[in-house]
Structures are given as structure tokens and as C-alpha cells.
Design a protein. Structure first.
Length: 177
């Protein structure tokens, strides 16, 4: 069976909406998801970079993120023909482990926790495909990267792009097993 490695944040879990909402509440700002097109929050407000990171590092920030539309259904469907691994770069925010683990167990209970990979450098992942919103994770990855559209990567080119989970399903329907 071929293996698909899937990033969690901005691919399965809606990270940006919660981060932006908390930022706006705390700093009385009015930024929208549209403001994040092609950039990141800390680039828009560099004078608040430490505070922006601190929001992410709060206990259980990751525990109640919304599920990205279609991800559960499509990943369940793909798991019939592929080995699925969740590969999340949790080392960037070590306080995220517990929240991410609980979130995955709740929303993706059909994936064994033995298939959760909490890592830093994703080049160590041995899979045929990597679905990720951050193109830097394709560096050194030996399989095929699929860039999952997120606000910050709008202008990134040079990769096979999937805009949503229904496009992911279509891509794999065409895959020769």
C-alpha cells in the first residue's frame, strides 16, 4: 500500500481562523483572513511577533480548532486504499502535543494514534505523498508533495496544488496504484 503523510494545521485543522480571532480580541484589531492572503500574521504585525507566537503556545490552543471541510470524509475514503500518517511539525510549539493528540483522537478516531508523527523536519518522513500547506516541508522529502492551499501560501508556485479536500480526492482517484 502506498503511504500518504498529511499535515494537521491548515490542512485538517483550521489554525488561522482561531489564531486571527484571538489576536483580534486581544489587540483590538480587525484583520480578516483576506488580509492574510500571501502573508502571515506576524509579518503583518511584526512589532507583536512575540505576542502572536505566545497565543499559539498557550495550553490547549490546538485542542478546539475547527475541522477543515471535507477532511474527515476524504481521509476516511483514502484510508481504504492508502496507509495514512498524520505528520505535524509539533516541535515548533512543544506545548501543542497534548492538544493536537486529543484533537486527532476526537476528530479522526479512524486513524490509529500509532500513525501520528510529531516531528520537526519532515524530510525524515518515508511516504509516497505529503499533503502540506508549507512548501518548506517538501525540501528533502523523497515522495510527491501536494501543496494544500492556505492564506499564507497563495503566491507559492512550483508544486502540485490542491485547493480543498475534494481536489485531494480527485488527485488520488487518478493515482495509479
Amino acid at each position: 500500500m502506498k503511504k500518504i503523510a498529511i499535515d494537521m494545521d491548515e490542512v485538517m485543522a483550521d489554525f488561522s481562523s482561531k489564531h486571527l480571532r484571538l489576536f483580534n480580541q486581544r489587540f483590538q484589531d480587525t484583520l480578516t483572513i483576506e488580509d492574510l492572503q500571501g502573508t502571515r500574521l506576524r509579518q503583518l504585525r511584526p512589532h507583536l511577533a512575540n505576542e502572536i507566537t505566545a497565543i499559539i503556545d498557550e495550553d490547549n490552543f490546538f485542542r478546539d480548532l475547527d475541522v477543515v471541510e471535507g477532511s474527515q470524509e476524504v481521509i476516511r475514503e483514502l484510508s481504504k486504499d492508502y496507509e495514512i500518517y498524520i505528520t505535524t511539525a509539533a516541535m515548533e510549539h512543544p506545548t501543542s502535543f497534548h492538544g493536537k493528540y486529543e484533537w486527532l483522537c476526537e476528530h479522526f478516531s479512524f486513524i490509529s494514534p500509532m500513525n501520528y508523527v510529531f516531528c520537526g523536519d519532515k524530510s525524515i518522513i518515508n511516504a509516497d505523498y505529503l499533503i502540506d500547506d508549507n512548501a518548506r516541508n517538501f525540501a528533502g522529502f523523497r515522495g510527491q508533495g501536494l501543496l494544500f492551499t492556505a492564506p499564507h501560501n497563495r503566491d507559492v508556485t512550483g508544486y502540485t496544488r490542491v485547493n480543498n479536500w475534494y481536489e485531494v480526492l480527485e488527485f488520488f482517484k487518478n493515482d495509479i496504484r
